[in-house]
Design a protein around this ligand. Structure first.
Ligand code: 5GP
Ligand code: MN
Length: 326
């Protein structure tokens, strides 16, 4: 048995042998974060286990269709603390945010993730960086536990496969991902409403934000990098929130000739969230890691201290040097 197969086997045993789980995922959750957490909750319920899902923030409107999302509780409303936890799609403990406070200090934590930069912060770690989505890891666990990929479980897990591969378009779109999706559709899942709600639908406010953000798009490194800037003023003027900015970075990346696309979002006087995406060859997780963040080779992020203009100059300096090295 390989080390990874052993990690899958141990994770399945952890799920069978424990009960009273607290499920957690990263702050600003995306489709894979929520899909994996709710898919796992659905599997555990089918096994007759008790499950609570806690988060620091309110749930994003876009994912309101996910079965069980109404059961996610705000961590501030929880009274008790949990002895058994599962973290999904989260590369380090800090990104769990305040929800991690609902774990007892001595809690046993199972860390299930697909980020290569995962620092293995759990007591048990199932880190499969070959997986395109954390939902794909959860699908494999469902197989080991003999839980079928049907009904609510399938809606949640399909969502993560779909969103983390950019709708089955990115370089991480593998035959295994498509086979799992096909298996779910064979089992009765309807893919179109999921695509419509998870990625296709935009609000008018989001379009106004996109329009203003595109007007400020800049290129660098002789057209091989491009970035979009979102100031706090812009969010205020368009009545949008951080949640509404998630797709913007793709417009910078998708520009013809660009290898690295970025978004700089002002978080406070002295703090900037940076999202990085690349097309073919630049490992942006390495660039993000230089600034205290992480992620995947083609999608990564970090939060950098300093005023907006200064952070842009510093990060773009590193990006240009990296592109220049070929
Ligand atoms: P996004 O740019 O959409 O926030 O994140 C892209 C990818 O980078 C995701 O896989 C996300 O988990 C990771 N990521 C974003 N920000 C951070 C960060 O501050 N630290 C780490 N370790 N990963 C991040
Ligand atoms: Mn993911």
């Amino acid at each position: 048995m390989t080390e990874l197969e052993e990690a899958y086997r141990r994770a399945a045993a952890f799920l069978r042998e424990n009960d009273g789980f607290l499920l957690l995922t990263h702050v600003h959750p995306d489709g894979d974060a929520l899909g994996s957490v709710l898919g796992m909750a659905s599997i555990l319920q089918k096994m007759g286990k008790r499950v609570v899902i806690a988060h620091e923030e309110e749930m994003p409107e876009r994912f309101a269709y996910l079965p069980g999302i109404d059961r996610v509780v705000r961590v501030s409303e929880l009274t008790g603390r949990f002895a058994v936890g599962i973290s999904l799609d989260c590369a380090d403990r800090r990104r769990l945010g305040r929800a991690a406070e609902a774990l007892m200090p001595e809690a046993r934590l199972l860390n299930i993730d697909h980020h290569a930069t995962n620092d293995r912060f759990g007591a048990e770690n199932l880190v499969d960086s070959g997986a395109s989505a954390t939902c794909q890891i959860v699908c494999r666990l469902a197989g080991l536990l003999e839980i079928p990929l049907r009904g609510d479980t399938a809606v949640c897990l399909y969502t993560g496969l779909f969103t983390d591969t950019g709708g089955f378009r990115y370089g991480n779109t593998t035959a295994d991902v498509l086979r799992l999706a096909a298996e779910m559709i064979d089992g009765g899942l309807d893919p179109y409403p999921i695509a419509l709600q998870a990625v296709e639908t935009v609000t008018e406010k989001q379009l106004r934000l996109l329009s203003a953000a595109l007007a400020g798009l800049r290129t660098a490194a002789e057209g091989r990098a491009a970035y979009i800037t979102v100031t706090r003023n812009l969010l205020e003027e368009t009545g949008t929130t951080v949640e509404d900015t998630q797709e913007l970075v793709n417009y910078a990346r998708n520009l013809a000739g660009v290898e690295v696309g970025l978004m700089f979002r002002e978080e406070g006087e002295n703090e900037v969230k940076v999202s990085l995406r690349s097309k073919h060859r630049v490992d942006v997780s390495g660039i993000a890691a230089q600034f205290g963040g992480g992620g995947h080779p083609r999608a990564a992020g970090c939060t950098v201290e300093g005023p907006l203009r200064q952070v842009i100059d510093r990060v773009m300096g590193v990006v240009a040097a990296r592109i220049g090295r070929g």
